[in-house]
Structure formats: C-alpha cells, structure tokens
Design a protein around this ligand. Sequence first.
Ligand code: FES
Length: 260
Amino acid sequence: MPKREEAKPAKKEGSVDTLPQESESQVVPADGSSSSKKTTRRRFIKAILTVAALATLGGYALSRYISTRGAGPSLARQLVMVDDSSPYGTAAGRKVNVSDLTTFPPNSHWVITYPSSGDSKVDAQAVDTFRKFELIRLPVELGGDKPAASSFVAFSKLCVHLECSPNYNPTQNVNPTENGYESGPGYTTHQNFECPCHGTTYRIPDGLAVDGPASRQPPPTNAVPMLTLSADDQGYLRVEPPIWDVNHNGKLGYGRYVSA
Ligand code: FES
C-alpha cells in the first residue's frame, strides 16, 4: 500500500524560512549542539592540553635547574687534585699519583675539594667546609709507602663535635695551649687528625675519635666521615661517588659507623 504523504504545513505568506540553507555543518542536530561548537570545543581542549604540557615541561626544567643549583656539581667519580694553595709547595694544584712518593711522601697531608670545580685555584678559594677533605698519605708504619690507593685516607674537615676543622700536622711542635695539640703520656707524635677547638683526636686510618669530646659521643657520632679512594690504571688517585649515610661514607658534620 502506498505511503501516505504527510501534509506539510502551509507556509504563511511573508514568513521567513528559519532553517539555514548553506551546509550540513550548520545543521543543528537533535542534541542541540553544532559541529562548529564541537570544533571550538576541540580547539579549546587542544589549547588547554598544550598549555598543560608546556607548564609541565617548564616545571620540570625549573626543578632540574633548582636541584642542580642546590646540589652543586654532580657527585661523580673524580680525580683527586690538591687545592692550589702555596703551603702545599710542588703538590699544589697537582693530580695525585700513588706512585709519586716525592711530591706526595708518606706522613703528609693536603686539602682537597669534593666535589671539585675542576679548577684547583678556584677550589682553594672555596670556603665551604662541607666540601673540604684532609688527604693524608699514611706514615710508613701504616703502609703509606705503597704505590696504592690504600696509602691514603681523606677525612672530612668538619669535626663531628661542633663542626670546627681538624688537621693532620704530624711535624708541628707540641703546643700545650692549643686543644688537640697537647702532648701527654705516651703522646709524642701528632699522627692523628686533631681538632683545635676542643681537642677531639681522630685516629688514622679509620677516623674513630679516641680522645676529646667526640670520643664520648655514641656511635655513629664518634667517627669522622671520609671519602672512598681508588686508583686508575695509571695510578691517579680518584674519589668514588660517596654515599652520604652513616653506614657508608658518613653524614658530614654528624658521623659514621666504624666497624670493629
Ligand atoms: S668542634 Fe672539634 S672538638 Fe669540638
């Protein structure tokens, strides 16, 4: 049976046709939205996503910048270079070679900077004691004449008592007025790492406090942090990347566990 055609309402004379004539894109669908609205929304979402991505990248770059600034140079393996300071004579500014017993003789000491700026003159001017270490070539009786990394130790220059700077100075005269440098019964040499402020004495080679106030502190606050040293295949001394906790290289200004 043929379909009955529905009668269209008669167009009033003079009325305006409200439906657009041009394109399908402008046809208003049943849900009330339009393609142009969708396009606008898509563009809006795209813009939001782009802004979010740029903000994320910017934030990441900023955080990297800030963290790099805070941490200084990265803690990497590094060749040991003596601070370029006149008291160190021919060793000043030099890379340390374990086979060179003339420039770096047993029972001697120098200050090194870790992390280093890469320029020993700049390092010598750095005053941040958290980056300063006393490099000691051990006395012969402790194996300091061996062409090996084990002939050296590198102690933090921050005392674990109240953060003064201890020194290794075995050749100095006895100074009874300066804490830490006094002589005593059986105490005829200075082959220790000694703090001038209150007299803490750290023994070599393990850095345990054996006299003075830090020796009365409980572990791990009774031993000075130290660097781990190794030598490359040409004999140049280097610092292994430290682990700054009390079970490894220690916490600077705080302490380190020393195994019995
Ligand atoms: S700060 Fe070194 S002994 Fe007090």
